[in-house]
Design a protein around this ligand. Sequence first.
Ligand code: RIB
Length: 349
Amino acid sequence: MARRATLKDVAAAAGVSMTTVSLVLNDRPARVSTEKREAIAQAVKQLNYVPNQNARSLVTKQSKLVALIVPDVENLFFAALAKCVEDECATQGYSLIVANSDDSRVTEHDLLRRLSSRGVDGILLIPARESCSDGVGADLRADVERITCPVVLIDRLARCGWCDAVGFDNYLGGRLAAQYLLEGGHKRIGIVTGDVAESSAADRRRGFADALEQAGERLDPALCVAGDYRFASGYRAADRIIDGGATAVFCCNDVMALGFRQRMAERGLHVTEDMQVIGYDNILKRFGLGWRMTTVEQSVGDLAAACWGMLGGRIDGVVNGGGADAGRPWLAEPQGKVLTPKLVQAACA
Ligand code: RIB
């Protein structure tokens, strides 16, 4: 295999010093003529030179890598979010590493340790479901406090108050779902929740129940089924809610709503005619899948812009403000941002 071209080879081919090549390739301030810059670019192309990022990081103290840890890589909401975050990072020359905790506290702990030790410049974390339960959250906080690079919590634990965090108003989202179904004349309404030990799921359920109560209706416990944001839990919940006489159901994410609709189809039931189904996330906006569904949308584009805006600012602070030794403001003076969800009605549910 041909030897990999080095910085020295580029300098020799361009007729300049290695220092000049390094300054030009690292976009550092340098008085270098246009001719020499062009000669360096030509040499890089001809030699197929790829800078050694590890060596570069020693100079710039930056890896230009950011990590995003998601709790369920099979959920299209997180796939869409990862794409939007990757687009945001790329505008400032960063690459994104996506890792999956699979909602496991143990896996999340290992990922945080490994990724931070690999020198990523920042970490975006959607906490694992297991990390959001009372008592376990302290373990996550201890992990984050051991990490020297900036961390932003996304979506879950958005109101934790001990770390930079961005999320949506899940309580409002639950209310929007209830109001839509009540306005449709439904009175026996079921709900398939996420794991209510996790704040986003608990807030959606609470907003939904409060809106029903304020409209003079109540959430019948017999029509309230605990899910886990995964397809199978939506599928399993359907029989109890259908046989319980509900005319509508709020599934607290689209993946469970698709599971619920799968079971309806097996029983020969149709959405709207037999049961109105509303979801959450609007994953079909980007992935279609031949389905249309009324849902509560959390814009992944807005979420990505907000979390990258927060993390990018913290990274700049570390790079330009004296490094991690200058304190960790994402923990010392945490920022919080709460975005607004919106109801998106399907033309045909
Ligand atoms: O669909 C997965 C859910 O988990 C989303 O609604 C998102 O808010 C996350 O909490």
